[in-house]
Ligand binder design. Structure first.
Ligand SMILES: C[S@@+](CC[C@H](N)C(=O)[O-])C[C@H]1O[C@@H](n2cnc3c(N)ncnc32)[C@H](O)[C@@H]1O
Length: 336
C-alpha cells in the first residue's frame, strides 16, 4: 500500500514529518541530504528554516519536475539530483558537514496513481513497476524467470503464503500468451484459496515484484552503508520504512554498529571496537493516532534513527552475510 496518501484530498502526505523534524532540528540550520525527495514534503519543510541547505535525490526522473518548484523558491539552498540512494557516495559534497541523512522508503501517492508505472493492480497493459534508473521491468520477471525463482520472490519479498501455486500457474499461462497486469491479477485471484478480506489478493505479489524490480534490498543496504560513511561525528541517519523486510534490515544495521563488539573471540572483552553509532532508542517511533486517522496507510510506518559517534569513514559490517538469502534472490535478475 502506498505510504503517503491523504485519501480525501488525493494529495501527497509526508509521513512522520513532525517526528523527523524534531530529530534533525533544522531550526539551528545545517546541510541535509533527503535521499527520497518524492514530492518534496520533507525537503520543503526543512528549507522553511533559515540557514538550512538541502541536497535531495530521487531515482524517479518525474520528481525532477517537482524539484523545480522548490528550486525556484530556494535557489541558493536547494539542489536536486536524479540518483539512486545506493550511489549516495557519488554526490560531490566538497567536504560538506552533513547534519542528517533521511530516507522515507517506498513510493509516493503520485507514483502509485501514475498508471504508466504500473505499481498498482488496477493498472492496465504491460507489467512495469520501474521507479526509475532500472535495468528490467516486472514484465521481464513474470515472463522470463523460472517457476522456483518466481516462487521465492513471492515468498521472501512478499510473504505470500500461496507463492508456489501462483508461480506454477504463471508458468502454465505464459506458454499461451505473454502475461500483462490484468492477466497477473486474474491468475492470483483464481489461484489463491486463502482469502484475506483486509487486503487485495494481489497486494503481496505486487509488493514482491516491486521490491525485486527496484532491487530494494541492496538499495537499502548500500544506502545505509554509504549514508553512515558520508556522515561525520554527530551526524544523524533517520529512516522511515513501511514493511517488515525493510525494518528488519534497518534494525539489524543500526544494532550491529551500535554494540560494543570484541575484535575477536580470542581477545579479552575489554579490547572492544569503538561503537560507530549511538542508537537513541531500540524501539521505532510510530505515527500518532491522529496521523493514522488522517492518513490510514501511515499506520505501517516505523521511524528509526541513530547518531554517528566518531569519525570512522570505513568500517566493517556483516549485513551482507546476514541477508545473503535475500541478496541471492535479488541476483536472479542477472539472467534478465
Ligand atoms: C515515500 S516517497 C518519499 C516522499 C517524500 N518524503 C515527501 O515528503 O514527498 C519515496 C520516494 O523515494 C524514491 N525512491 C525509492 N527508492 C529509491 C532509491 N533507491 N533511490 C532514490 N530514490 C528512491 C521514490 O522514487 C519516491 O519518490
Amino acid at each position: 500500500m502506498c505510504a503517503t496518501i491523504l485519501p480525501e484530498k488525493h494529495m501527497h502526505y509526508p509521513v512522520l514529518l513532525n517526528e523527523i523534524i524534531s530529530i534533525i532540528s533544522p531550526q539551528y540550520g545545517g546541510t541535509y541530504i533527503d535521499c527520497t525527495f518524492g514530492q518534496g514534503g520533507y525537503s520543503s519543510r526543512i528549507l522553511e528554516f533559515a540557514g538550512t541547505k538541502v541536497i535531495a535525490i530521487d531515482r524517479d526522473e518525474d520528481s525532477f519536475k517537482k524539484s523545480l518548484d522548490i528550486k525556484s523558491k530556494f535557489e541558493e539552498r536547494f539542489f536536486f539530483k536524479n540518483l539512486k540512494f545506493s550511489q549516495l557516495n557519488n554526490l560531490k559534497l566538497k567536504n560538506e558537514n552533513i547534519k542528517a541523512i533521511i530516507f522515507d522508503l517506498g513510493y509516493s501517492y503520485v507514483q502509485i496513481k501514475d498508471k504508466k508505472k504500473g505499481l498498482s493492480f488496477d493498472s492496465k497493459g504491460d507489467l512495469n513497476m520501474k521507479m526509475g534508473l532500472n535495468d528490467f521491468s516486472a514484465s521481464d520477471v513474470i515472463n522470463k524467470l523460472d517457476e522456483i525463482e518466481l516462487e521465492k520472490i513471492f515468498k521472501f519479498f512478499g510473504e505470500e503464503r500461496e507463492s508456489k501455486k501462483i508461480a506454477r500457474e504463471i508458468v502454465i499461462k505464459r506458454k499461451i500468451k505473454k502475461i500483462n497486469t490484468e492477466d497477473l491479477v486474474k491468475i492470483i485471484e483464481r489461484t489463491k484459496k486463502i482469502k484475506n478480506f483486509k487486503i487485495h489478493s494481489s497486494t503481496k505479489v505486487f509488493q514482491a515484484l516491486r521490491i525485486f524490480v527496484n532491487k530494494e534490498i541492496s538499495e537499502l543496504i548500500y544506502g545505509l552503508i554509504n549514508a553512515t560513511k558520508t556522515l561525520k561525528k554527530d551526524g544523524i541517519i533517520a529512516v522511515v520504512s513501511f514493511h517488515s523486510l525493510e525494518d528488519k534490515i534497518i534494525k539489524y544495521f543500526f544494532k550491529s554498529l551500535s554494540e560494543a563488539k570484541s575484535i575477536s573471540r580470542y581477545v579479552p572483552k575489554t579490547k572492544t571496537k569503538k561503537n560507530l553509532l549511538n542508537l537513541i532508542s531500540k524501539k521505532p517511533i510510530l505515527p500518532s493516532s491522529i496521523e493514522v486517522k488522517q492518513n490510514p496507510p501511515s499506520r505501517s510506518a516505523k521511524l528509526r534513527y541513530a547518531v554517528k559517534k566518531c569519525e570512522f569513514y570505513d568500517f566493517e559490517t556483516d549485513i551482507f552475510s546476514k541477508f545473503k538469502y535475500l541478496i541471492d534472490i535479488e541476483n536472479y535478475s542477472k539472467k534478465l
